[in-house]
Design a protein around this ligand. Structure first.
Ligand code: TMP
Length: 239
């Protein structure tokens, strides 16, 4: 019998012990939250969709030699992952202006950036995840300079691979958020962790700019589940 004691519970996922040393099981929930939990709703089946989409993407990135925490999809809601110490930073990559960058800096949405923009946010709900600089990250010891160099490089590689993947499906990757961790079995090794799904990306239809991501929920633009289904189906995911 596996132990189902929750080790960690976040807004959209929970983590339980894995079957072997240095493994965990990541379980995708149906909760959608926005604006630091000020908005919350349950969408029956969202967790299943995100599990399948994120597993597909992690698999794809692994095939492109990006090290990840992902081991295998276990069932509709669960993934086996390698245990790691999560770096408490949200790494955001932007290709087109949207969301907080447009709002904060008063910049029009939809501007194509000449080169991808990398941003760092300190993961602390009580502070509303403030944007920080590279120097903050190093000064306060959240990552070393050499770790950050690796992460920056990996983030840009991930962006390149995902832009290509989505473009083939007539989807524009506007921006996304990723997280990294140090493997518990080998803390020198930095891997892509957490998830990559329409919860953590902005995805626009290439022809119409229709939103196929969590902005549908944030901005009340229609059916979140239909949007996520559309992404899964364009990626050829059968579930
Ligand atoms: P932002 O424009 O709100 O800063 O979001 C940038 C990208 O990061 C967008 O694709 C949504 C994603 N994101 C998360 O996945 N989690 C978060 O907590 C935030 C703030 C953004």
């Amino acid at each position: 019998m596996r132990s189902s004691k929750t080790l960690y519970e976040g807004k959209a996922k929970k983590i339980i012990k894995g079957p072997k040393k240095n493994t965990l099981i990541q379980i995708f929930k149906d909760d959608a939250t926005a604006y630091n939990k000020k908005k919350h709703k349950i969408f029956k089946g969202k967790g299943v969709l995100n599990n399948h989409i994120s597993a597909y993407i992690m698999h794809y990135l692994k095939s492109k030699r990006i090290p990840t925490h992902f081991e295998e999809k276990l069932n509709d809601r669960e993934q086996l992952i390698k245990k790691c110490e999560i770096i408490p930073i949200e790494f955001v990559v932007r290709n087109i202006t949207a969301g907080s960058i447009a709002k904060k800096l008063g910049i029009k949405e939809g501007l194509k950036l000449k080169k991808p923009l990398l941003e760092y946010y300190y993961k602390e709900d009580s502070l509303d995840d403030p944007m920080i600089s590279r120097d903050h990250l190093i000064t306060f010891g959240w990552a070393t300079n050499s770790e950050l160099k690796k992460i920056d490089k990996m983030s840009l590689q991930i962006n390149k691979h995902l832009r290509n993947l989505f473009l083939k499906k007539n989807i524009i990757l506007v921006d996304f958020k990723i997280e990294f961790g140090r493997l518990s079995s080998n803390p020198k090794k930095i891997v892509l962790a957490d998830e990559i799904s329409p919860d953590s990306c902005r995805l626009w239809d290439k022809k119409t700019n229709k939103k196929l991501d969590k902005d549908v929920f944030r901005r009340n633009l229609g059916s979140l589940l239909s949007a996520y289904e559309e992404v899964a189906s364009r990626l050829g995911i059968v579930h």
